[in-house]
Write a protein that binds this ligand. Sequence first.
Ligand SMILES: [Zn+2]
Length: 202
Amino acid sequence: MSNIDQCRNISELNPLCQLLLNKALEEIKVAGINLLVVETYRSQVRQNYLYSIGRTAPGTKVTWTQTSIHTQRNAVDVVPQRKVEGKMTAIWNAKDKETVKIISIMTKYGFEAGANWSTSPDSPHFQIKGVSKTAKSYSLTNTNTYITKMIQRLLNEKINAKLTVDGKWGNATTKAVNKFRAKQGWKEDGKVGVETLKNLVA
Ligand SMILES: [Zn+2]
């Protein structure tokens, strides 16, 4: 594989992102949608290559940025595919019914949907911004609004934490995380790592 080729391997993503994506993919499958994972991790070399298209290289511009969350192992592009006039076809349309369903499921699992951006919407794109690519847990210092909202909602469901689902990780959220961790017999360190997340989304 050349370093400008597209990578579709989910295991190249950050482990927390992988877990959330796999949960979302399960639910998308149950909804009867045949999903195509278009791209996961992207090397900086490939990002630079894509950026050059329509600028220093011929073609129509395909990206606006040299700093994509794909390079941070926290983004994925997915589209539904189905038979159109007898031929399996990838659907690149944000208004498509199956795309709308995918957006709702991915958002539920903490992904920010590119389709919802007011400037340059990117309908197949989903990301977890602001979290380090090597992160082993979400916490007060390593999260974003979307992830925090998901964690707050799940804590309310699992332990009736009565948190306001506002995406702001404060003391109440840390306390609820610790309460959940204590129930599993784990150290109360205020962190949602892979195992905690697995139990939360189960
Ligand atoms: Zn993307």
